[in-house]
Design a protein around this ligand. Sequence first.
Ligand code: ATP
Ligand code: MG
Length: 350
Amino acid sequence: MIEFEGVSKTYPDGTAAVDGLDLRIDSGSLTVFVGPSGCGKTTSMRMINRMVEPTAGRILMDGQDTAQIPTVKLRQSMGYVLQGAGLFPHRTAIDNVATTLRLAGASKADARRRAGDALRLVRLRPELDDRFPSQLSGGQQQRVGVARALVADPPVLLMDEPFSAVDPVVRAELQGELLRLRGTLSQTIVFVTHDIDEALLLGDRIVVFGPGGTVHQCAEPQTILERPADAFVAQMVGRDRGFRALGFHVEDLPVLPLGDPGADGALEVPGGSWRLTVDDAGRPLTWENGVTRTPAGDGHAAGSSLRSALDAALSSPAGTAAVVDDAGRVVGWLQRSAVLTALEAPAGRP
Ligand SMILES: Nc1ncnc2c1ncn2[C@@H]1O[C@H](COP(=O)(O)OP(=O)(O)OP(=O)(O)O)[C@@H](O)[C@H]1O
Ligand SMILES: [Mg+2]
């Protein structure tokens, strides 16, 4: 367990980076520090391994004041992953990882074997082991950085925006990997991010930092979403709330029934001049209103995500989406207004 007791940091130039931080990080938990730039997240994290010394208060590690623990010993018990991986540029991937073990006294052969194991754990392909960092993609470099932090199996893992330098697809992959690793590893992890979505996805507990290095809320993700402690937190989770809800699957959108098809098989959209033509199997072809005709997309598959419903409703010129079954056949209508109403439902709905 890591405890912050009234911890403050004022840098020599007078910048108050952290102000009176009280915090308990349980062993084995994944705690996320989230907040806007410059609010003291990195400073708070670095005080844990004494890369930065507090100017007031103390930090306890399993009950012992870290100020009393020699920094070499303290840092051996903590892996550290920094933004952009921070690899040694002139060492290969496997040597980057093995170096940590060599420093801890492992033989060359043992260090190399264990480094290889750690790289497999983060799913770096063996043929990449002997490449230099500049020959690896950003995501691959991050994997090496994570392997390097994990290899000595430290009880505490500090991760400072480890995934921020990679594109959203790779980032989602790395987040998935971290969640998977969490199932097999027992480390206490402190993870810093700007991104509230990343925090909500990964954290057992989330610490929301605000300007001036103060903590606005420290709670489980569900609580942060449902009961933000103040306007600052509410604004943070409130922004993009709709986007967050988009991933949820919705079974209960109000689907309007189809009327009888016209002589040509086309379907009349209720309450307007639009018709949807369908192919022989009943799948959407075109929207038409006697004046214009545009290709229809695939429609919204009943029961899939709100994102799919919104996409179908927004892209339909009729303002109404076609709802389709598993075979892609049109089975009903979904009005744009109904999708927007569903979006306004409270975040955190199933
Ligand atoms: N070595 C330093 N000397 C003086 N001021 C510093 C130093 N390091 C950080 N600061 C200041 O302390 C404040 C907190 O910085 P910190 O790096 O902890 O923020 P952060 O929340 O990690 O920000 P970011 O999200 O941009 O990484 C900022 O105002 C920063 O300019
Ligand atoms: Mg930082």
